[in-house]
Design a protein around this ligand. Structure first.
Ligand SMILES: [Zn+2]
Length: 298
């Protein structure tokens, strides 16, 4: 399986999907069963908030404001850090510069509305993770019956076992999957937390792809530079990991249409954020090919 034709075909598919327009971000947090939400109101955080929470190492998917927590009789543990949630908000002023409530604005005539000045802005609000709260019961992080027992896939297990000088892989009940370069360790949720075993392996391979950049392996600059989230280098490393995953899932015969759509959406997310430039994908694909060759060099 050293055929460059397959690499080119997958890369082309990825690029083709980028040209199809918008696709949602990959929602890895869905794998925990419960999306990040307000513990008290049940409000599910969307968009940038769920993306930001997904970057954190959270103990539970629940959050509450200081007021909500104390009103319910809870205490926030000393030294706990607050997270910000962001909301779109709107300020409306009438023609005389007087503040108008949104409900009043809705009841105005079209002419009156046109005379108003509307200022959109983003409001931030501090919340605490319920894992940092004592004194009140916190809802379970995993719903009963949420887990699906999945059979492990033999060829995937073999592929993972065959990785030369592999990183440490820790599989446990967790809200996140990530590779920690300094510890050379992969954290992955339990296989039964995933929608399907294919998803589990694709995420594990994505993290393995990151680990190929470690100084003891390929010493890939996009990984070892520890670039900040959202930077060009970070995006290229993400693309590299995801394209490596496309190569590997194709090689292992687990690239279901669902998995492909997911992958393409993920890549689109990273690209759309910064570049939307197919050339950027080609550069990442070159790195991905090296990463894939490392993973299969046994
Ligand atoms: Zn990644």
């Amino acid at each position: 399986m050293k055929s460059t034709v397959i690499f080119e075909e997958i890369t082309r598919k990825v690029i083709a999907s980028l040209e199809q327009g918008h696709a949602p971000w990959r929602k890895t947090w869905k794998f925990t069963g419960i999306p990040p939400q307000n513990h008290f109101s049940g409000h599910v955080y969307r968009g940038i908030n769920s993306l930001l929470f997904n970057m954190e190492d959270l103990q539970t998917p629940y959050f509450g404001t200081f007021e909500q927590i104390t009103k319910a009789g809870g205490r926030i543990k000393k030294g706990s850090k607050a997270f910000n949630v962001y909301f779109n908000d709107l300020l409306i002023y009438d023609k005389n510069g007087k503040r108008v409530k949104e409900e009043t604005f809705k009841q105005m005539t079209k002419t009156q509305r046109e005379e108003c000045r509307r200022i959109k802005f983003i409001r931030q609000w501090p919340v605490f993770n319920m894992g940092c709260v004592e004194g009140i019961p916190v809802k379970p992080s995993v719903l009963e019956g949420e887990f699906t027992p999945h059979e492990r896939i033999a060829q995937c297990e073999q592929f993972i076992k065959g990785v030369p000088k592999p990183p440490t892989i820790k599989e446990s009940l967790h809200s996140r999957a990530f590779y920690a370069p300094l510890l050379d360790t992969i954290q992955i949720p339990l296989i039964q937390q995933f929608e399907s075993p294919e998803f589990y392996y694709s995420i594990l391979i994505h993290e393995l792809a990151h680990s190929t950049g470690h100084p003891d392996r390929l010493n890939r600059s996009t990984l070892v530079e520890y670039a900040p989230f959202g930077s060009q280098t970070y995006s290229k490393e993400e693309l590299c990991a995801e394209i490596t995953t496309c190569f590997a899932c194709n090689y292992l015969g687990i690239d279901t249409p669902q998995l492909q759509t997911n992958s393409q959406a993920y890549i689109k997310g990273w690209l759309g954020k910064l570049h939307d430039d197919p050339k950027f994908v080609w550069e990442a694909a070159v790195l991905a090919q090296r990463a894939f060759e490392y993973l299969t060099a046994h």
